[in-house]
Design a binder for this molecule. Structure first.
Ligand SMILES: [Zn+2]
Ligand SMILES: [Zn+2]
Length: 371
């Protein structure tokens, strides 16, 4: 088992020189940067995981009094900054929900202030690694500088399965020294020369409005940690987080699956959530806000009427992303002790002609995500 250390990124950012701009904070803590330097100088390899693609999560006004952010016109979401080769040329902002793109305004439309790019994505980390470690990115024209090569693996850089397997092959052959990527690289890779794994923003998923956020965080950290020290060498895992005391991270660092599972299952049981119960999620969407809400209300009412004992109907409530591609979204959650009771309640409402699988209604039994 590799040793797992958690680094408190709040403390790391506080230790930056006074006046450091929030968008200039380094992505790698001194601890991880130092470990990476040693790993490379020993001729070993490293994996850096950041489960967020693009360059920055969002663009906002530098003035804290203004607070303007660049949002998608069609969704209740911020636009993610993607960069071509170097900022600002070749850059674009893109919606990760509807895939719309738009040009980046020069200044804040609210107060004409400067715009800054907040929240790191894999592209920004790639840029930092190239600058700090003299790494050469595989995509760059003068790649393959001996022993310093870096490859970024995410759904933007990997156009096909072939790209992915070819990159892994080159990493396995030692030609690529650092693999940086999203959860695409978290699972199943077995390279004996990897002695360091870094996880950036390990607690990012904890802020998601989803009851599985903690489980996902534990799983991601445990999975990627398992990539270090597969060979004879001792492995080190550096987990960077803004909430270093989060139980999901602490338990993962202690390799205590049982303690995590016991606490998590207990909490789910108390809250009546899966796996203690079965769940169905119905999302009603419509271009008209009121029509979406009315459809979800009718559905929730009839589900309540059709449900037997032990079945709970929650909602309607706006989805975590309340509007996608100009459609407003409301959800109804059905919780029941057994899958049969879920099906019975749904069948009863379907019989009334209220529940149709069409463009306006999405039914998800045992949903994996609640966004
Ligand atoms: Zn959008
Ligand atoms: Zn502004």
């Amino acid at each position: 088992m590799p040793r797992i250390e958690i680094v408190d990124m709040v403390a790391v950012q506080r230790a930056q020189p006074r006046g450091t701009r929030p968008d200039r904070m380094p992505s790698l803590s001194p601890r991880l940067a130092d470990a990476l330097r040693r790993t490379l100088s020993r001729g070993e390899q490293a994996i850096i995981l950041l489960n967020r693609r693009g360059y920055a999560h969002y663009l906002c006004c530098a003035s804290s009094k203004c607070g303007w952010t660049l949002d998608c016109e069609h969704c209740d979401a911020r636009l993610v900054l993607h960069t071509g080769r170097g900022l600002p040329r070749g850059s674009v902002v893109r919606c990760h929900h509807c895939l719309a793109e738009r040009v980046i305004p020069d200044r804040c439309p609210g107060c004409s202030g400067k715009l800054i790019a907040m929240g790191v994505g894999t592209q920004r980390v790639e840029e930092e690694l190239v600058a700090e470690f003299g790494a050469e990115s595989v995509g760059a024209s003068n790649a393959l500088v001996e022993g310093r090569t870096l490859a970024r693996v995410d759904s933007d850089s990997m156009r096909s399965g072939r790209d992915y397997f070819e990159t892994l092959h080159r990493f396995g052959a030692g030609e690529i020294r650092v693999l940086l990527g999203t959860q695409m690289i978290a699972k199943g890779l077995d390279f004996p020369n990897v002695s360091l794994v870094g996880v950036l923003c390990a607690d990012a998923a904890l802020s998601m409005p989803d009851f599985r956020a903690s489980e996902r965080t534990f799983q991601l950290v445990s999975q990627v940690a398992g990539r270090a020290g597969r060979g004879a060498k001792a492995g080190l895992v550096v987990v960077q987080a803004f909430e270093p005391e989060a139980p999901a991270l602490r338990r993962a660092a202690e390799h205590s699956y049982e303690a995590f599972a016991e606490a998590e299952l207990g909490a789910r049981r108390d809250a009546g959530l899966p796996p203690a119960t079965r769940m169905a999620r119905i999302v009603c969407r419509d271009r008209e806000f009121e029509r979406a809400r009315a459809a979800a209300t009718a559905l929730a009412d009839s589900l309540r009427g059709a449900s037997s004992g032990g079945v709970e109907v929650l909602g309607p409530s706006p989805c975590a992303v309340g509007r996608i591609a100009d459609h407003f979204r409301f959800e109804v959650l059905l919780l029941a002790p057994s899958a049969r009771q879920v099906q019975q309640a749904m069948a009863a409402v379907r019989g009334m002609g209220l529940l149709k699988s069409d463009a306006k209604t999405a039914i998800d039994v045992d949903p994996v995500a609640l966004l």
